[in-house]
Design a protein around this ligand. Structure first.
Ligand code: ADP
Ligand code: MG
Length: 599
């Protein structure tokens, strides 16, 4: 063994830097958060080569007093907390005092800063933790941090960086999230000399969403405001039509900070249960204001992960509020003309190179009627057309109430196509119902309702079906026996691993009883560790699916009429339990457009 030595401060900082700074994006995050904490209303972020050769962040915040500059670059120096006691109530974005020291340990850093009290500002250079210079300089109020050649002195870590494009993508993700969490700050992001994002800072979250995601997302938002004793939730959630293939667009902020929380992701996704298809994830931009004493914010060095003290109360409240908001509005997917077709989805897990399309305009003024005309003019045009008015700039929400008892007598059932879809004319639209999805939804809701009211009835089968289970299947069944009973199965042990299936849920009587039971058991075995209430709704969904009329079945008009009647009774008739749409619509206006009757 060699002799034990205390590491020098530089080495300690380099090691610590590894925790805080793993790539250019984390530098951008730390520095932007510092600017926000300094009260900036404008932040410009410029990068070159994915931030690997240069990151420059300029703000108009408080600036740093010359006496504090060297201290700010020491490890664990912060102006934001004084002791561990303050940790509980801290409301600023960063407070561990590690960012500047870590960045300076592994990069070449230049700080230019001036407070409004000072006549002259300061330029301070520090490279790999070594001070280079400290000069007076004439500059505007605020702070600029220039970070060059990341990991210049730790080549091994430099090797872990990805391509400049990929690193730029990570930075862009961070800037987008920070912009969404602070609509009150004008954020300008420039990559290799081109503007990528520019928000106005006018306080409108909707404007920021438009700047970053464009019109398709803007047109499909539902606003949310909800509050309980310990938290507030506000912002926007996306309709199913703008769902994504990954979680990148589940944006949410806790007390103004963009932080990860598995509980919140899961709660949001639960709110969308049976509205989105499997493996689809929603768009959200939600702000949560949670009483600080319920949060444990300091669990991760990069300050991205959060723990709650009331997780069990927070979870269902978020999920329910989101779910209610989603089912409140009719959710029939319109068949669109080319003009409104869905923009290609951003697949951000592998960040794409910057492209002009995502890059957004110059500062936008608060939206006016005229600027909305270009974004939503199509909707306005159609509304006017339907009202027989000449096309002009008025904005009208085109509301859909097709599935109501009042509307039903005016439905004109046209017929069935491909033994699967039903066409119905109503007012200015043609509606197309997928009979399988619709029936599945009705079955699901009926079963759920009976289940909730503990009214699932059992149909006895005679003679009973004898099931020969494997050891693990038998163990699983014994573990969930009560749940099977609650679902309407009646099963008796028959000695060893044999069981007698004597009764099945009455609504599933038409199916092969043994098969249904075994399929449910199989699915259970693949889903260990999931929560029981979740599991049950999943099982009910798959039972409903199995029992529902398949496509390619000839239904009579009366049967279809009865099915629509049942759909009307449902809270959310628009999606099958797996999230597929049950109904889509096409307006007369769109047909007229297609046939060039109107141009
Ligand atoms: P922390 O943000 O956790 O306090 P940092 O190392 O990021 O630690 O910053 C150290 C200190 O430097 C901050 O507490 C703050 O006082 C000062 N500082 C950093 N960036 C800025 C900025 N852009 N404007 C004003 N002060 C800043
Ligand atoms: Mg900081």
């Amino acid at each position: 063994m060699s002799k034990i030595q205390v590491l020098d401060q530089n080495t300690i900082n380099q090691i610590a830097a590894g925790e805080v700074i793993d790539r250019p994006a984390s530098i951008v995050k730390e520095l932007m958060e510092n600017s926000i904490d300094a009260g900036a209303t404008m932040i410009t972020v410029e990068i070159k080569d994915g931030g690997t050769s240069l990151i420059r962040i300029t703000d108009n915040g408080s600036g740093i007093d010359p006496d504090d500059i060297q201290i700010a670059f020491l490890r664990h120096s912060t102006s934001k907390i004084k002791s561990a006691l303050d940790l509980m109530s801290v409301s600023s974005l960063g407070f561990r005092g590690e960012a500047l020291s870590s960045i300076a340990a592994v990069c070449q850093v230049e700080l230019i800063t001036k407070t409004k009290e000072q006549m002259l500002g300061t330029r301070y250079k520090i490279e790999g933790g070594r001070e280079i210079s400290f000069d007076e300089i004439g500059v505007p109020d605020g702070t600029t941090l220039i970070v060059r050649n990341i990991f210049f002195n730790t080549p091994a870590r430099r090797k872990f960086l990805k391509t400049a494009q990929t690193e730029a993508g990570y930075i862009s993700d961070i800037v987008e999230k920070i912009a969404l969490s602070h609509p009150d700050i004008s954020i300008h992001f420039v990559g290799n000399g081109q503007t990528k994002i520019h928000t106005s800072g006018n306080g409108s979250l909707k404007d920021v969403i438009y700047s970053i995601y464009g019109k398709d997302v803007l047109d499909n938002l539902i606003e949310i405001h909800a509050e309980n004793d310990f938290m507030k939730m506000s912002g926007f959630i996306g309709k199913a039509i703008i769902s994504r293939g990954n979680r990148n667009c589940e944006n949410y902020f806790i007390n103004g900070r963009f932080i990860k929380s598995n509980i919140i992701n899961k709660a949001i996704e639960d709110g969308y249960k049976f509205i989105l298809m499997q493996h689809k994830y929603p768009f959200t931009a939600l702000n949560f204001d949670i009483r600080p004493e319920l949060l444990d914010v300091n669990v991760h060095p990069a300050k991205m992960e959060l723990r709650f003290r009331k997780g069990e109360a927070i979870y269902p409240w978020i999920a329910d509020t989101i779910h209610q908001a989603l089912i409140e509005k009719p959710n029939i997917i319109p068949v669109a003309l080319e003009k409104t077709k869905k923009a290609p989805q951003k697949q951000r897990s592998v960040p794409e190179p910057f492209e002009e399309k995502r890059v957004v305009q110059t500062i936008r003024q608060p939206q006016t009627q005229t600027s909305l005309k270009t974004e939503q003019g199509y909707v306005a045009e159609e509304a006017n057309y339907n009202a027989g008015k000449p096309v002009q700039q008025t904005l009208t929400e085109v509301s859909d109430d097709f599935l109501t008892t009042a509307a039903k007598p005016r439905h004109k059932l046209i017929g069935q196509v491909f033994d699967t879809y039903w066409i119905i004319e109503y007012e200015n639209k043609m509606y197309i119902i997928d009979q399988h999805a619709a029936h599945e939804k009705v079955m699901f809701e009926t079963l759920m309702e009976k289940f909730r009211q503990k009214k699932i009835s059992t149909q006895m089968i005679n003679p009973p079906v004898i099931l020969n289970l494997s050891m693990s299947e038998a163990a699983l069944f014994n573990q969930y026996r009560d749940h099977f009973q609650a679902l309407g199965f009646e099963i008796e042990s028959f000695g060893g691993q044999d069981f007698a299936l004597r009764g099945v849920p009455a609504d599933l009587y038409s199916l092969d009883s043994g098969d249904v039971f075994m399929e449910l058991l199989d699915e259970l075995s693949q889903e260990t560790g999931r929560m029981v209430p979740d599991m049950i709704t999943d099982k009910i969904a798959s039972m409903a699916c199995k029992a529902a009329v398949k496509g390619n079945n000839l239904l009579t008009a009366q049967e279809m009429d009865a099915l629509i009647e049942q759909l009307l009774q449902l809270e959310n008739p628009y999606n099958c339990p797996h999230g597929r749409p049950t109904i889509i619509s096409m307006s007369k206006y769109e047909l007229d457009k297609k046939f060039k009757r109107i141009v």
